[in-house]
Design a protein around this ligand. Structure first.
Ligand SMILES: Cc1ncc(C[n+]2csc(CCOP(=O)(O)OP(=O)(O)O)c2C)c(N)n1
Ligand SMILES: [Mg+2]
Length: 586
């Protein structure tokens, strides 16, 4: 359990102010934690959480940036599938949190975001500050990346808005929701306490199931297929759904691919998982897809992209089943919907429900997978340098039961084939929106969820990603959230060095200049000291292979003792084509 500050005196459980209603609703909708950075626009609400609720259910997690507040709530949702709360201060806090909301939106994560505006009634505004912090349509700043927003005008309106926000964010496909509280309304004393709802009567609907006729069609296609492939995308965190996926794959003799953008959904060391999980499909993945005669995609993020890659690969001739509800969130603002995909059967239903229905229709049994595993060829690593393979090798020795470990994130070059993800919590996926700087706060959010379950959380982050948001670690230290952070430190925004190399080659210009404007050297950053300055244990830089094991041993000890530890591991740049590189090899 994380540490939460305890207020003096007993909670005043009388709802007396506008903001008490909002705080009471937070408790009713089941928010255990609320991550925030403070601000006067919600000083009423802040008081209600501390003095009306006693800073429990929800309890505050103090963050050093609004980007962290949203990112931690997003990370919590990644690990649990459930919403956490976050509060941002007026228009400026919302602007700081904007990218993190975009990441959560692209990741289809449920998050309840509360915000506030300077008093809507201009007579109540303090000079200058309340005026600049009042926007006519504050939620308009993020309306294209949230599912629902509202700025209630009465205590009754707060109840209604928060009920709706709760149901909306938990209805699939999920996305963040935003409630803006008028500072004037928050600080109004109530003449009448609104009726508070029985939340058992305000629950999200059961996700839709496929029509029986569609299940029949798919079963016929499965029976006719010789080379079926399943692409498992966004799916539930439930073990029973995981087991059902394995059962379906074995009954079909299908090959499987999974995507590192999503949390673990299928055992990556199962013989049907023919290729290590990837971030972007490359030539090998395209080859397997091209060979398949039936592709069943279950909430796969970029089906058009993997089936019809723009360069090379060509169109697939396989029959295609697309199971997705994602179109409910598509609009014209962002191209999050990805390339359009053909489908012989398009099913707008919950992916795990379709797996269950197919299992019922097929009736079990086992068929051998149609293709032997394809493992990426390895180059001999330089023995004088540290590689992610070495990190994983030592971690395996340090965790006798590797299946208890939850990887919040993994960096470039992480050898997924050496550390199988064998259960739903084993890996939590990427940022969603490709907005870097999010790795630290997402990892703290995952670790928060796991601290409630006693599960050790490890995260492997790039140095560029870490240095953009690394002061999120302080929140983990303050609230005693155990976390081991390993930095894959190539001292560069290396992803973009590769882009500069691509351009230079195309233009016949010097490739050797690719590091300029990309390399984080001269001075090198002491990342361990940065962690130490926040109260974490900082180890490193670890530059020699011989020092790695002891560093990891200490890191795991700190983690086991409930602490936060960062190990700065210097690695050589990993070139193109590894399983978790961010860039397509074009
Ligand atoms: C907010 C944001 N700024 C910039 C980028 C562009 N970008 C993508 S990956 C990357 C490099 C990340 O560096 P690091 O975390 O060290 O990973 P590496 O590529 O070195 O393994 C950058 C700058 C981005 N995706 N998001
Ligand atoms: Mg880097």
């Amino acid at each position: 359990m994380p540490y939460l500050d305890t207020p003096e005196g007993k909670p005043d459980d009388k709802i007396a102010w506008g903001s008490d209603v909002a705080a009471a609703m937070m408790r009713r909708i089941g928010l255990k934690y609320i991550s925030l950075n403070p601000g006067a626009s919600y000083r009423g609400l802040h008081d209600s959480i501390v003095n009306h609720l006693g800073n429990r259910d929800p309890g505050m997690l103090l963050c050093l940036h609004e980007d962290h507040a949203i990112g931690i709530a997003h990370g919590y949702a990644k690990a649990t599938g459930e919403p956490m709360g976050a509060i941002v201060h007026s228009n400026v806090g919302l602007m700081h949190g904007h990218m993190a909301i975009f990441n959560a939106y692209c990741d289809r994560a449920p998050v309840v975001i509360m915000g506030a505006t300077g008093p809507v009634d201009s007579h109540l505004r303090r000079p200058w500050i309340d005026w600049i912090h009042t926007s006519a349509d504050q939620a308009g700043i993020v309306r294209d990346i949230i599912k629902f927003d509202n700025q209630p005008a009465s205590a009754e309106g707060i109840v209604d808005a928060m009920c709706r926000a709760y149901v909306s964010t938990r209805t699939q496909p999920s996305a963040p929701v935003y409630i803006v509280l008028d500072a004037g309304l928050q600080e109004q004393s109530l003449e009448r306490v609104p009726d508070m709802p029985d939340m058992s009567r305000f629950q999200p609907p059961a996700p839709p199931r496929a029509a029986a006729a569609d299940i029949d069609k798919i079963v016929k296609m499965i029976k006719a297929a010789k080379k079926p492939m399943i692409l498992f995308g966004r799916s539930s965190r439930k073990q029973e759904d995981w087991d059902a996926r394995v059962k379906l794959v074995e009954a079909m003799g299908a090959c499987v691919m999974t995507d590192l953008k999503n949390a673990a959904v299928f055992p990556t060391d199962h013989p049907a998982h023919v290729i290590a999980p990837f971030n972007q499909p490359g030539a090998k993945e395209a080859e397997v897809i091209k060979d398949a005669d039936l592709v069943i995609a279950l909430e796969w993020i970029d089906l058009g992209g993997i089936l019809c890659p723009p360069k090379g690969g060509g169109n697939t001739t396989a029959k295609i089943v697309n199971v997705s509800m994602d179109h409910h969130l598509h609009n014209g603002a962002h191209m999050v919907y990805q390339q359009m995909s053909p489908a012989d059967v398009f099913v707008a239903a919950n992916a795990d429900a379709v797996v269950a229905d197919l299992n019922a229709a097929l009736g079990g049994g086992k068929k051998a997978p149609w293709r032997e595993a394809i493992r990426a060829g390895r180059r001999e690593p330089n023995p004088d340098k540290i590689h992610m393979q070495d990190v994983v090798g030592h971690l395996r020795d340090l965790f006798p039961n590797p299946d208890e470990v939850a990887f919040a994130s993994v960096s470039r070059g992480f050898p997924c084939d050496l550390w199988p993800f064998r259960n739903p919590g084993a890996y939590c996926g990427k940022d969603g929106g490709g907005g870097i700087g999010s790795g630290p706060s997402l990892s703290v959010g995952v670790a928060l969820a796991n601290s409630d379950r006693g599960r050790p959380t490890v995260t492997v982050l790039g140095d560029g990603d870490y240095m953009m948001g690394g002061h999120a670690l302080w929140t983990a230290v303050k609230h005693k959230i155990p976390l081991l952070v390993i930095i894959n430190n190539n001292q560069s925004y290396f992803n973009d060095e590769l882009h500069q190399e691509t351009v230079a080659r195309r233009r016949n210009r010097p490739v050797g200049n690719r590091w300029i404007g990309q390399s984080m050297t001269g001075p090198a950053i002491d990342i361990a000291k940065f962690a130490e300055s926040q109260g974490a244990t900082g180890i490193g830089p670890v530059t020699r292979p011989g020092d790695l094991k002891a560093a990891l041993q200490k890191g795991v000890e700190v983690l086991r003792a409930g602490g936060v530890c960062l190990i700065d591991v210097h690695v050589p740049p990993v070139d193109r084509g590894t399983s978790s590189t961010g860039m397509r090899n074009t």
